[in-house]
Design a protein around this ligand. Structure first.
Ligand code: PMV
Length: 325
């Protein structure tokens, strides 16, 4: 059977950095995110006896490393479904990959839903989230709708993401500021392993539970000022762990830091905006929808920004009838 799924990337408000279990991708702490409307992946999967090997095409290209990771995931799904047929997989992203915009989150969420359905399985969101997590940790957060929490759990079965609120709970916007298309130097999977080498990591873990409780409270109350303040300092704290790892991981470029200072300056001048950043150079700016026009206008004067992508909260992974082949 041939199936297609669309899944959106997500932005973490409290971050997943460091794992309890490397192989099962069980995170060291629970974390909270929102799906992003304009960063998404469409993936078509077909299992068929006529295919002699798995063929994986991502954004029109075949890449050996990516193929290996996708085939491993297909093997897990084939085993679960009790099938042996090889597959053709075609995937298309609406945004640059491997630059820190979480293409593996949308990619593995779309792949999981399309492949599971093409293999003849019907799984609930919880099971899909667990499976997606095995492909890429943050992919488990792109399965449920809107605002999402990934509960760390103690085992594979108890580590999954669920929807805290649907997309229409809160009119907030995430503006991605692209500063460069440069690929990140250290893949995220390798970066996670280094978290434990930072002298600050264990201390961070002690406070994550309280941070998550506060983050959910601010989302529930739609308290943007408290929410933004928490999210921005959380991103900087994750990067403090990265920077103090051994060896040190610095994902930012000079323009990234320049923009952080610009955003803080704009905030001082009365515009309620906050930033967050993942394993890359591009920033995510968060604001309430009522301030979007002014934010975009002020950001348009900054020549260091190559491109802006405006995202509203989005639904989770869904099947589509428009196949890529
Ligand atoms: O799912 P991964 O292995 O790509 O890790 C994601 C790590 C961060 O983007 C830095 C944080 C997060 O929670 O999304």
């Amino acid at each position: 059977m041939k199936c297609t799924a669309v899944a959106h990337s997500n932005i973490a408000f409290t971050k997943y950095w460091g794992k309890q279990d490397e192989v099962l991708r069980i995170p060291a702490n629970s974390n909270i995110s929102m799906n992003l409307s304009d960063l998404y992946t469409t993936t078509t999967v077909e299992f068929h006896t006529s295919y002699s090997v798995d063929e994986i095409i991502i954004d029109g290209k075949k890449d050996e490393k990516e193929t290996q990771r996708v085939v491993t995931h297909l093997n897990t799904i084939r085993k679960k479904a009790g099938i042996t047929q090889q597959a053709k997989v075609m995937s298309q992203n609406t945004f640059p990959t491997s630059t820190g915009l979480s293409s593996s989150a949308s990619g593995f969420a779309a792949l999981t839903l399309a492949a599971v359905t093409a293999a003849g399985l019907q799984l609930k969101d919880k099971e899909l989230s667990i499976l997606a997590r095995l492909g890429s940790g943050s992919a488990c957060r792109s399965i449920p709708d809107g605002f999402v929490e990934w509960v760390k759990g103690e085992s594979s079965e108890s580590s999954y993401a669920y929807s805290i609120y649907p997309k229409n709970h809160w009119d907030i916007v995430d503006i991605v500021l692209i500063v460069s298309d440069e690929k990140k130097i250290v893949p995220t999977t390798d970066g996670h392993k280094l978290a434990w080498t930072s002298p600050f990591f264990k201390d961070r873990l002690l406070r994550m539970n309280e941070k998550n409780i506060l983050c959910k409270k601010y989302i529930a109350e739609r308290d943007f000022k408290s929410f933004g303040t928490l999210v921005e300092s959380e991103a900087l704290e994750m990067h403090a762990v990265m920077i103090t790892s051994k060896p040190s991981l610095i994902y930012w470029l000079p323009h990234t830091v320049f923009l952080m200072k610009q955003i803080q300056f704009m905030r001082k001048n009365g515009l309620e905006i906050y930033f967050t950043v993942n394993t890359g150079q591009d920033l995510h700016v968060l604001c309430e929808k009522k301030h979007l026009k002014r934010a975009v206008h002020e950001l348009s004067y900054i020549k260091e920004i190559k491109k802006c992508i405006i995202n509203t909260p989005s639904e989770g992974a869904k099947l589509s009838t428009t196949h890529l082949f």
